[in-house]
Design a protein around this ligand. Structure first.
Ligand code: GTP
Ligand code: MG
Length: 196
């Protein structure tokens, strides 16, 4: 098990514009996905903290790039969720500007973790994000989360459907549950490969 996921973790800052990003002097991992998919929960599970990252009672709450520092080694960046209809268009465009410029220009970004709810059919925005990251050459890893909500055989069936929709192989993604910790070691070892 990797050191960064075990030691100290602290909140650094919320970033609302590119100029306020911390110096890119540490490797970083960013966590993206639809509103309410479980981004913050995944980060909490990864670092064994119950409530470090606020888990939302209502979707669309995380509006900034929230920076956390793990063991003085790695930045973990909780990105705002997408696909929440009630966000005003102006705000939506601002976010997209900030996030797309962050994702394409951030030199210290080692991997974007794209988090998808394993229970649902592939959503257009998820496919769009993965396709765009691929075309931009941004390293990324897909995670199917909330696996605890499905029985084993349903998990396999859903994962295969999502794999083929996204055009990825089974070893290019991780099945995960923030509730029971399934897939956590696999996720950490894959993230370590991106950090190496
Ligand atoms: P935004 O920041 O609003 O975009 O949401 P988020 O993607 O950070 O989701 P968050 O972690 O706040 O979780 C949303 C809801 O899903 C919460 O009620 C969580 O408890 C629940 N949840 C997240 N991950 C899991 C999981 O693996 N299993 C189960 N059963 N519930 C989960
Ligand atoms: Mg969140």
């Amino acid at each position: 098990m990797s050191h960064w996921s075990q030691g100290q973790i602290s909140f650094v800052k919320s970033v609302y514009k590119t100029a306020n990003l911390p110096d890119p002097d540490l490797p970083e991992l960013a966590f993206a996905g639809r509103s309410n998919v479980g981004k913050s929960s995944l980060i909490n599970k990864l670092v064994n903290r119950r409530n470090l990252v606020k888990v939302s009672s209502r979707p669309g709450k995380t509006q900034a790039l929230n920076y956390f520092l793990a063991s003085d080694q790695v930045y973990l960046v909780d990105l705002p969720g997408y696909g929440y209809a009630k966000v005003p268009r102006k705000l939506k465009n601002d976010w997209q500007g900030l996030i797309s410029s962050y994702l394409t220009n951030r030199v210290s970004l080692c991997c974007v973790v794209v988090i998808i709810d394993i229970r649902h059919e592939l959503k257009a925005l998820d496919l769009e994000l993965v396709t765009w990251l691929r075309s931009e050459g941004v390293p990324h890893l897909v995670v199917y989360t909330k696996s605890d909500k499905l029985k084993r055989n349903q998990q396999q069936r859903q994962a295969a459907l999502l794999d083929s929709g996204l055009g990825i192989r089974a070893d290019e993604r991780v099945l995960f549950s923030a509730k029971n910790g399934e897939g956590k070691e696999n996720l950490i070892s894959k993230l370590d490969q991106f950090l190496a």
